[in-house]
Structures are given as structure tokens and as C-alpha cells.
Design a binder for this molecule. Structure first.
Ligand SMILES: Nc1nc2c(ncn2[C@@H]2O[C@H](COP(=O)(O)OP(=O)(O)O)[C@@H](O)[C@H]2O)c(=O)[nH]1
Ligand SMILES: Nc1nc2c(ncn2[C@@H]2O[C@H](COP(=O)(O)OP(=O)(O)O)[C@@H](O)[C@H]2O)c(=O)[nH]1
Lengths: 271, 271
């Protein structure tokens, strides 16, 4: 199994921490940090880091693709170009191998199976840059948006914010994952409809342990309480993890091949 | 007493809420909200809203100057121009009245006495746009930076973030308020040195009441605890309020006249 997961979002939204929380280990040290006096003047390159993790007894080769510097400049025009280019390049490389490879050979798959898109929990709605980038990314890959650092929202604010953002998704007709598709059977369609109510998942990440009721869990300890990322009444991290690593892992990989790659391939072969 | 307070920061950092918390009343409804499908395509105009508040038995005419749209675009080049223009225009208008008014008349003072600059609690450091804008604003007005929504930081993260940001302030030699100045006596210099250790104040704002130990306070109620904005072990809001409204109100008004306006005036009269 090879799963290629790209993370997109402004620096400081907890992307690195969330990846570590998802895969329960120190996979990455935080990129995007600069020394004082070293302003981020150009977008650093896209980085791909490989790991082997074991989830549910299954060994998974995990590639985390980080997109440092996204949205961090004064002028963010075209800051999405390196990102869309990377996604298309993987399709392009796969197509080239497909056209030249022997029939039975298993081709290494570097295509981006899922883009985790981090939304800042402003309490108002999507930012203009989010809308531009989501439009571009949803055309070429499976995009799963999450509300970053959702512990900074009260339950009421979270609900209101999520509804606003869901309305904006609908208004811009963004094709977020999972897509409505006849390829899914009735059970799957029902399950997807249920999941869609949650999206964007309101997540909290932590690479620190806290003790809650005698149990050690990932959490954040503040002066007024302890956020337990494993607690579904605190945040939706458990739903995201189950969605990404259990229930929809296979489908994310398959739809990338059968939907996004196919669309790319047809375009290329017609051109 | 007329106090002109400008707030600068990306939308969604709790500026409106903090103003309401500072002045314990519903002064403003949140600006910067757009309907779904109405992307913020141009920077809305600077808005000035007047209020009369009573603080410590003193009636204060308070002008809150909002700078909607700052830093919210895809391309934020020059998004600070309307802000610096507004500040300079007030100096310019005051100079014009000063040159034409009769000696004894009290001139209405619309000069910006304090700019509250909101820093996003990313956990990393200042954003490139923050550094550019802080450099420009500190040249022409009293700037007091705050760490917005500081309840999204653990105590350890808050301390580390504050130290990073303080180092960046020093590295860029930003002239933040209060300035080191021979005009202050020894007691005031000592007090300022103490205050400077806190800046940027890590604030939390709330326009909702919560009950803590039988007392009604402004706070945020989450599933894992209640943030009490009045509690100095939760955040530094009480220090900011005391600083802005009690201990340094007079000095903010005076230094604007004697330092920033004087600098502006000399430049104009020499030119
Ligand atoms: N409040 C809150 N803080 C978080 C969360 N996840 C990470 N952080 C903190 O936010 C800061 C930046 O996190 P990081 O993972 O480096 O963000 P990145 O720049 O997007 O990769 C660190 O201080 C983290 O401890 C979260 O879910 N909630
Ligand atoms: N976590 C947290 N949320 C806050 C704080 N202050 C305001 N908010 C919430 O953040 C959202 C945006 O606040 P608002 O004052 O409108 O921000 P503005 O756009 O900067 O004026 C609202 O949902 C507020 O309730 C705070 O100190 N901490």
C-alpha cells in the first residue's frame, strides 16, 4: 500500500502536528519556520517525506507532501502554481511509465491520493485565497478540507462556522471528496452522505500526551482544561482518522486512479 | 477626553470582540463579514465609529477606527496604504487647523493615539506582512501589538511564541510603544520596562458572560473548560486593559501630540 497525502494550508495551522497525530508518531519536524530576521521571501519547494507506518496491522508506505510557504507571502498570487504543477506532474510521470512499461509490471504510484486542506478557524468563512485554491485543487485531486485548531472555537462558533463554510462550498460548486458518483453502491452512498455532513472535519492535533481519567491520550493542556483529541465531544479528529486511514483509504487511492488520473490521461491522449 | 484607537489585523482575529471586551459593551458588530459568494475583492474603506464610554468615573469619547480587509486578499501589496494615509491625514488636518485656528481654541483631535496590532497565534513567529506593516506604522504612531486569540496557545507555546516575536521586534528595531525616552521620569521608565516584558499582550476577548465561582465574568465556554478573560492566569487581557485605559491613556494621547505629530509637523514646515 502506498498512500500519498498532501497537506495544504498557511503556516501555523497545525499541519505538521496533525500529521504526527494521525500517524501517532514524530513523522515530521515542523517546516516553514524561519529564523528571526529571515523573512519568508520566496515560497520554499514542495517537500515529500516517506514513512512506513503500521495501521491496523497493515503496513502502509506513507508519503507526506508538504507545501511550505503557501499563503504566507504579502503577495500570494500564483502561490498555488507549484502545488497544482506537482499534482499534474505525478499524473504525467505515471502516464509516461504506463505508456512505456511492460503490461504486468506494478507501477510505483506517486499520484496525490488526497489533499488535506487546512482552513483557519476565523469564525467568519473561507478566505479569498482558500476559494481560489480549492477551485483549482478540486479539479485535479481528492480534496478533504479540515478546520484547523478547532479548539479555538466554542461548540456554537464551530457549528456556525462549519455551516457558513459548507454553504460557501456549495455556492462555489466545489467538487470535494467524496464525490457523488454512480460508482458507489447504496450503502457507500449512504455512508458518504453521512460523512459529508461532517466535512470540513473540525480537528485538533497534538504531539503531546496528557492523562485523562487515568488514560494516556494525545491532548493539549491549558490552564482551564485539557483538550483530548481522541474525544469526539472535544473535536472531530477521530472521525477524520477513521475516514482517512480506515473507511476511505482504499477509495481515495482508487478514485485518484479511476477519476482524476483518467481525466488527465484522456486530455493528454486527445491532445 | 477623546481617545482614538485604531485596530489593525486580519479578519477573524477577534478584533471586534476585543474592543467590545475592553469597553464592556456592544460597541461594534463585526465588520469584514461577507456573504457566501461575495469574495472580498477590494479592501473596504476605513471606518471610524464614535462612542461615549465611562471608565473609572471619567467620561471618555472613544473613536474606534477599523481597518477592514487588511491582509485578507490574495495579493496584499500596499494593503497598508489606506492605513498609513489615514494616520497621516489626521496629522495633516490637525496641522491645518493649528495654522488657521485662533490661539486659545481647543482643537478637536482626531489623531490616532494608539494602533492595536493583532498578531495571529501561529506558534511560529510574525508573518512577512506583519513585519512590513509594523515597520511602517511604528514610524508614525504608537503601536501596541497583541497576540490574538491567545487561548489557542498552551502556556508553554505562548511563552515560546512571545519570546520569538519579541526577538523579531528587536531584530527589526521596531519602535513600539512605549518608546525609551528621556521624557519619562525614573518611576515611569521603570514601569515601562516592566510593561515591555509583557508586550505583545496575549489577549482573549469575549462578548459573552460565563459564571466562574458564582461570579459573572466575560469568558469563553468550551467542552473542556471555561476561559475567564478577567483571570490573569488565563490571559493577559487585564494587563492590556489597565495599560490602555488607566496607566497609559494620558501618555498615549500626549506622545501622539508631542512625538509623532511634532515629527510630522517639522517635516511639513521644513518642506
Ligand atoms: N490550539 C491548537 N494549537 C495547535 C494545534 N495543532 C498544533 N498546534 C500548535 O500550533 C503551532 C504550530 O503547529 P505546526 O504543526 O507547526 O503548524 P504548521 O506550520 O501548519 O505545520 C504549534 O505551537 C502547535 O503546538 C491544534 O489543534 N490546536
Ligand atoms: N478562541 C478565541 N476566539 C475568539 C476570541 N475573540 C473572538 N473570538 C471569536 O472569533 C470570531 C471572530 O471574532 P471577531 O471579533 O468578529 O474578529 P474580527 O474579524 O477580527 O473582528 C468570533 O467567532 C469570536 O467569537 C478569542 O480571544 N479567542
Amino acid at each position: 500500500f502506498q498512500f500519498n497525502l498532501m497537506v495544504v494550508g498557511q503556516s501555523g495551522l497545525g499541519k505538521t502536528t496533525l500529521i504526527n497525530t494521525l500517524f501517532a508518531s514524530q513523522l515530521a519536524s515542523s517546516s516553514g519556520r524561519t529564523e528571526a530576521g529571515e523573512p519568508i521571501t520566496k515560497t520554499p519547494d514542495i517537500k515529500c517525506v516517506s514513512h512506513v507506518v503500521e495501521e491496523n496491522g497493515v503496513r502502509l508506505k506513507l508519503n507526506i507532501i508538504d507545501t511550505p510557504g503557501y499563503g504566507d507571502q504579502v503577495n500570494n498570487e500564483k502561490c498555488w502554481d507549484p502545488i497544482t504543477k506537482y499534482i499534474k506532474d505525478q499524473h504525467s510521470q505515471y502516464l509516461r511509465k504506463e505508456l512505456t512499461a511492460q503490461r504486468e509490471k506494478h507501477l510505483p504510484d506517486t499520484r496525490v491520493h488526497c489533499v488535506l486542506f487546512f482552513i483557519q478557524p476565523t469564525g467568519h468563512g473561507l478566505k479569498p485565497i482558500d476559494i481560489v485554491v480549492l477551485k483549482k485543487l478540486t479539479e485535479i485531486a481528492n480534496v478533504v478540507p479540515v478546520i484547523a485548531k478547532s479548539d479555538s472555537l466554542t461548540l456554537a462558533e464551530r457549528q456556525a462556522f462549519k455551516e457558513t463554510v459548507q454553504m460557501e462550498f456549495a455556492h462555489h460548486r466545489l467538487k470535494l471528496y467524496p464525490l457523488d458518483s454512480a460508482d458507489y453502491d447504496e450503502d457507500e452512498q449512504y455512508q458518504n452522505a453521512q460523512i459529508k455532513q461532517f466535512i470540513p472535519f473540525a480537528v485538533v492535533g497534538s504531539d503531546k500526551n496528557v492523562v485523562v481519567k487515568g488514560k494516556t491520550v494525545r491532548g493539549r493542556k491549558t490552564r482551564w482544561g485539557v483538550v483530548n483529541v481522541e474525544d469526539e465531544t472535544h473535536c472531530e479528529f477521530p472521525y477524520l482518522r477513521n475516514f482517512l486511514i480506515c473507511s476511505h483509504l482504499q477509495d481515495l487511492i482508487e478514485t485518484t486512479a479511476h477519476v482524476h488520473y483518467e481525466a488527465f490521461r484522456s486530455k493528454q491522449l486527445l491532445a
